[in-house]
Design a protein. Structure first.
Length: 204
């Protein structure tokens, strides 16, 4: 189970937060050579999320929010707070964000720009667009997501609550396609929109 620790003010060093791996290889045809992890905490007003990646290639060409960030090197968090609907929140390595809400892959709406603008983002890569590079590269992306981002769903985020979700690494247009997850995904081909495969996320 993923545990989201409560940290007053979210000022604790990242090293004090547990690193959860994004390392499940669900589709052997897309064997990965990158490694990734995330650290997560909250202060009951915001969620702090940090992705750390040791990468084999990198690009972040998408500069406008709600654009095709999955074509770049991309990290993702899918989260269901009510067990029916879920958010897919996706960021390229430079922090450009895409966010949707719905019940399945085929029933989704984009969240409005002002909701995305409320998410603070800091990338070690700099600002987009970032042209493609190859070779070993380490990068991180730090996010502060206000609970108001989740609208009325935020009322369920109380100490002791258990939500469900998953964390991913992908990049459709990189030389080496990779599709890694934290919790296993049961499907014949790469498909992150599998809420039936989400695992528990407990807010302390």
């Amino acid at each position: 189970m993923i545990t989201v620790d409560h940290i007053t003010g979210l000022d604790a060093p990242f090293a004090e937060l547990h690193a959860h791996p994004i390392a499940t290889l669900n589709w052997p045809a897309y064997r990965a050579h990158s490694t990734a992890s995330f650290r997560i905490a909250w202060d009951r007003e915001r969620i702090l999320l940090r992705f750390e990646v040791h990468d084999t290639a990198l690009q972040a060409l998408t500069a406008a929010d709600n654009g095709p960030v999955w074509r770049d090197r991309c990290v993702e968090w899918f989260l269901s707070l009510d067990g029916i609907h879920y958010y897919n929140m996706e960021w390229n390595a430079a922090g450009t964000m895409l966010a949707q809400y719905g019940t399945s892959r085929h029933d989704r709406v984009f969240l409005p720009p002002e909701r995305l603008a409320a998410v603070e983002r800091s990338s070690s890569c700099g600002k987009p667009p970032l042209p493609p590079i190859t070779g070993p590269v380490d990068w991180s992306l730090t996010l502060r997501i206000p609970l108001t981002f989740f609208g009325d769903d935020a009322r369920s985020l109380v100490p002791g609550a258990t939500a469900h979700g998953n964390f991913y690494l992908c990049g459709d247009d990189l030389p080496e396609k990779q599709y890694l997850s934290h919790y296993p995904v049961a499907s014949d081909r790469p498909d992150f929109h599998r809420p039936e495969c989400f695992g528990p996320i407990r807010f302390q």
